[in-house]
Design a protein around this ligand. Structure first.
Ligand code: F6P
Length: 359
């Protein structure tokens, strides 16, 4: 293999740059030229590339500009959710661009990994996927680039909100991202010291959710004598934060003098920021394993971290295995629709502490 194309696609996540840096350095060390496609699949379709390596005599070396990027959030290659790539013509154009290169590395979430799979199936392009999404909603992998930093950002934000909540005897509903997957809410609840956590996979109706939260708030400020009640709500719970706050005010405030309820949507705050040690370390090892995978002939596969799914191809890294993208997409479907044993285990873990959180 003499050259590879690298792109970041879909929602950006902290650590993507650390992965770009690792891929470029490992590939250069193996004498492989790396070209970055700008703005994800859009750049691949239009042939908008940026050289990430250069020749120094006969030696391939990384572009010096990538040396500092692992501490940066976002992605220096840019990203996009490419509607054109979902069309046959768009993928055909991308495949024509790939004719000049030996392989494609895709750093992204479910939509982007699906694209890599279809490009391999339709046009025989050699592709390897690297899971990157703060939502941690990708099958076969225990984590994805950006999850750890997003969790740290949520916990820090909840600590700040708790300060002001305690100052005013307030309950807060804090909404966190995650699309259809409640992982960020589930995983941050205990660490943020939340009194309750709401996520789509619970399958509760709006009325049930409001009654459950009302009970936690009543007990928190009543019998428990707390000055703050914190509820973490996943964005997958369709009831908007504002409507939930209003419903709770109507239900509670007449009997809870001096207590107020507020809502905060963290939104894109959890997508940015300098990546944590964990995200940089995982991103670096993913980058290395992905290049080694392509060099060893792998294609239409994704690398996974400490996979909860048995099987997969072992790599030189004891924490990393590779899975066919076909399998990843099937496992992802199960993860999101709740039939996956991984989602079941996450639910069981939460159910075990649900009664403890509000105490
Ligand atoms: O998939 C990552 C994510 O941040 C989701 O948590 C969120 O629902 C979505 O992307 C937001 O998308 P956009 O950045 O296009 O608004």
């Amino acid at each position: 293999m003499r050259s590879l194309v690298l792109l970041t696609s879909g929602g950006d996540s902290p650590g993507m740059n650390a992965c770009i840096r690792a891929v470029t350095k490992v590939a250069a060390a193996r004498g492989v030229r790396v070209v970055g496609a700008l703005e994800g699949y859009e750049g691949l379709i239009d042939g908008h590339f940026r050289e990430l390596t250069r020749l120094e005599g006969t030696r391939t070396v990384p572009d010096v500009e990538i040396d500092a990027i692992s501490a940066w959030g976002g992605t220096v290659l840019g990203s996009a959710r490419s509607a054109r790539f979902r069309e046959k013509e768009g993928r055909a154009a991308a495949a024509r661009q790939m004719a000049a290169y030996d392989g494609l590395l895709v750093i992204g979430g479910n939509g982007s990994l699906t694209g890599a799979h279809v490009l391999a199936q339709e046009h025989g392009v050699r592709t390897v996927g690297i899971p990157a999404s703060i939502d941690n909603d990708i099958g076969c992998t225990g984590t994805a680039i950006g999850v750890d930093t997003a969790l740290n950002t949520i916990v820090e934000a909840c600590d700040r909100i708790s300060d002001t909540a305690r100052a005013h005897r307030r309950a807060f509903i804090v909404e966190v991202m995650g699309r259809q997957c409640g992982y960020l809410a589930m995983a941050s609840a205990v660490a943020a010291g939340a009194d309750a956590v709401l996520f789509r996979e619970q399958g509760a109706s709006e009325a049930e959710l409001v009654e459950r939260v009302a009970q936690v708030i009543r007990t928190g400020f009543g019998a428990r004598g707390k000055r703050r009640v914190l509820i973490i709500k996943a964005e997958g719970v369709e009831m908007p934060c504002t409507r939930m706050v209003r419903a709770l005010e109507e239900k509670l405030l007449p009997n809870l003098p001096g207590v107020e309820i507020r809502g905060t949507v963290l939104g894109h705050l959890v997508r940015g920021g300098s990546p944590s040690y964990q995200d940089r370390a995982v991103a670096g090892r993913f980058g290395c394993a992905a290049v080694e995978g392509l060099l060893s002939g792998a294609t239409d596969e994704m690398i996974a971290w400490q996979s909860p799914v048995p099987g997969g191809t072992k790599t030189a890294d004891p924490s990393i295995t590779r899975f066919p993208l076909e399998t990843v997409l099937v496992q992802t479907e199960a993860l999101i629709n709740g039939t996956s044993p991984i989602t079941q285990r996450r639910l069981q873990l939460l159910q075990a502490v649900e009664g403890v959180l509000p105490l």
